[in-house]
Design a protein around this ligand. Sequence first.
Ligand SMILES: O=C(O)CCC(=O)C(=O)O
Ligand SMILES: [Fe+2]
Length: 260
Amino acid sequence: MHGGWKSATVEQDIARIAKEIDQRGYGAIENYISSEELAPLRAFAEIRVQEAGGEYVGLAGADAVHGTLLSELPRSAEFRTLCRRLYELGTGTCAPEGDFYQVLRCLQGSSGQRHSHRFHYDSYVLTALIPITIPETGMSGDLVLLPNARAIRSSYLANMLDKIAVDNPLSQAFLRAAARRNRLGMVRIRLRPGNIYFFWGYRSIHANEACDRDRLRATALFHYADPHQQSWARGMIRGARTRIGRSLPGTAEGRTAQPF
Ligand SMILES: O=C(O)CCC(=O)C(=O)O
Ligand SMILES: [Fe+2]
């Protein structure tokens, strides 16, 4: 049996999701991936983590998940239309050409803890998140977000300054405390495997909470539409980062998950 991803999402539902993202910070479609489809994905993540000695694995790109539903999904017309329409409803502009930046994040062990509670803005406007496996007991690794904290910046440099303002120990400690106490309008999402969640990743400060270190938490992320794709400043900074190493600032999560 297939989940909802095989069929086109009707315009009315897409409009409802876009409104929910604007109003409460996120929208979701339940049972987007069926439990029959989830089982091999869970096994795939478990094997990768075992191979890494029970530690964090981040697999970027479709090739890294070749042969699984996760490489098929970003090629499906139904999923592409859903993301394109959400983008258009959210920004009021036509979606740019370009592919998804996809990542399968598998958190376990002490490195899994280090990849938690890292508040950041994504580099892409829309983030689609599919939980593959989430611990059922102990700490559940909720997604916490401060929805729509900024607008889409017209310049890459302004975007970078926002990221730097978040990616420092003081801001991180402040955001962690706010998440712990559910302050500042932090939204907490208890993720359910098989559902798909959407939020404006570029506009929202967000992070995943930690799980117990012996439990696996795996999420598939599909990042869509980089507003600064054409920016000359981005090209120069990326080039400099490659030449002089990684000492220039980036986003907390971005160092592993997204190109800066
Ligand atoms: O795994 C998660 O829950 C969120 C990860 C995330 O925000 C990212 O990879 O950009
Ligand atoms: Fe993110």
